[in-house]
Ligand binder design. Structure first.
Ligand SMILES: Cc1ncc(COP(=O)(O)O)c(C=O)c1O
Length: 465
């Protein structure tokens, strides 16, 4: 008998075509259903121990490392989040300095907070048409390393939630020339592996030689939600330190169905990957050919802004069609991954139905004929204010609520982000700028709710007292 929650989830799952995670799109095995009760184990004789693997789990993780070309791979059952917490804690001693791209996910900020780290931010340029972050220029990484020689690691996100890639090979090389490890949040790039390269998915973090690479298998591949991989390369990071931190941050009762799903995904990639990636490429090429004809439906990566990127994952379809466009998509039977300000994200994957993107393109072609001009991006990404103290210091100090309109110049005592994508617009310890207040107002006017992690809300901000 199915539970109430299962019935509700199945109803939602059946309502519209999923242009969102998980990557299996509820279509492709080996995603097990509730039949997974049959192999839900614990660390009994023969079942190995994820936190001290030497048996069947070590063998499975070895199969994934071999497929990706990494020296080590750890299976994660707490998403990329746990890989980022453990990886950053392993790379940067408590209280040390790190160089962090400002467009990282909240999990990176939480690692900075827990490690009481001082983050020196790299702020990538913003793509004005869409208000999303572009690539991190290698020269900016060099400048940051020059300015902060004590930094213990560099942390970047590539590809971003919206699909923008940075030149990881150049960045890894220049970090390594100084003996500084590079940690890449590739949560959205688990499909960047050697066998996908011939089909256009090139420039992945493992191939670039990044020292630690975190990938959410569940986001773009056929693996269950919460499953992720942490890859290790090179000699700058001690694997024992990573294992120790995984012990700290990850459950001591990892789910065997999730672990089985990761090995199943690895097996699926090896057996079906080349054909699936070739078919995905064809679907995306047909979609791009249709999209290039549209006049009122800008798609990130297909317009003139393309030259600002080092690289782009066109499996992510970012449409500037606003909330009204998202409502029209839903009415046409498609559920998008994200609606944020004017942007609507449709996620494709190697597991989509053969005609899913054709149907999406047909719908958008018809809509484009009568659609109003696309909404403008506005001030979505404010340049961050100066960090007046570390995140951890700010969170330790007394805070008070301040009306938004009086908050400029004060010091933030909480994070503020839109979720998704979960990149903080404001972090504790940062100066509150008029640009932040304007962005918050613009997003609210577009109907995008902002999440405050402290006592703040749409009217008030938590600031240092
Ligand atoms: C860029 C980025 N990094 C990390 C994460 C965290 O991944 P997970 O949900 O697998 O923990 C996300 C989640 O959406 C993300 O967008």
């Amino acid at each position: 008998m199915s539970s109430i929650l299962q019935q509700q989830c199945e109803a939602l799952a059946g309502a519209r075509y999923p242009l969102h995670m998980p990557g299996h799109k509820r279509r492709v095995p080996p995603a097990p259903g509730l039949g997974c009760y049959a192999f839900d184990l614990t660390e009994i004789e023969g079942a190995d121990d994820l936190h001290d693997a030497s048996g069947i789990l070590a063998e499975a993780m070895g199969r994934t490392a071999a497929l990706y070309g990494s020296a080590r791979c750890w299976y994660l059952v707490g998403g990329s989040t746990v890989g980022l917490l453990a990886g950053i804690r392993a790379a940067a001693p408590f209280g040390s300095e790190v160089i962090v791209a400002r467009n990282c996910h909240k999990a990176v900020y939480h690692a900075v907070e827990l490690g009481r780290l001082t983050a020196h931010y790299l702020t990538p340029p913003v793509v004005p048409d869409f208000g999303v972050y572009g690539s991190v220029p290698p020269a900016a990484v060099t400048a940051a390393l020059d300015a902060h020689p004590a930094a213990r690691c560099v942390i970047l996100t590539s590809p971003t939630y919206e699909g923008v890639q940075s030149d990881l090979k150049a960045i890894a090389d220049l970090c390594h020339a100084r003996g500084v490890p590079l940690l890449v949040d590739e949560a959205h790039g688990a499909h960047y592996l050697p066998l996908a390269e011939p089909y256009g998915w090139r420039g992945g973090a493992v191939a670039a030689g990044a020292d630690l690479v975190v990938q959410s298998a569940h986001k773009t591949l056929p693996s269950l939600t919460q499953t992720a991989w942490l890859h290790l390369n090179g000699t700058l990071i001690d694997p024992a330190a990573v294992e120790r931190q995984l012990d700290v941050f990850e459950t001591s009762s990892p789910s065997y169905p999730l672990l089985v799903s990761l090995d199943g995904c690895t097996g699926w990639l090896a057996a079906e990957g080349p054909a699936a990636f070739a078919a995905w490429r064809k679907r995306l090429d047909r979609f791009a050919a249709a999209a290039r004809q549209w006049r009122h439906t800008p798609v990130l990566g297909l317009g003139p802004e393309r030259r600002d990127f080092y690289g782009y994952d066109d499996g992510k379809i970012l449409l500037r069609i606003g909330g009204a466009g998202a409502a029209a998509l839903r009415a046409a039977g498609f559920e998008p991954e994200m609606v944020c300000g004017p942007n609507v994200l449709a996620m494709s994957s190697p597991c989509d139905a053969g005609d899913a993107l054709d149907r999406l393109a047909d719908f958008l072609t018809r809509r484009d004929e009568t659609a109003p001009p696309p909404p403008r991006a506005g001030a979505l990404l404010p340049a961050p204010g100066t960090a007046r103290c570390t995140i951890a210091q700010a969170l330790d100090r007394p805070a008070a609520l301040c009306p938004m309109e009086d908050a400029a110049g004060k010091t933030a005592a909480e994070y503020v982000w839109a979720y998704p994508p979960g990149v903080p617009l404001l972090a504790p310890g940062e100066e509150v700028t008029p640009a932040f207040l304007e962005a918050a107002e613009t997003l609210a006017a577009d109907g995008t709710a902002l999440h405050h992690t402290g006592a703040g809300n749409a009217q008030n901000l938590a600031v240092l007292a």
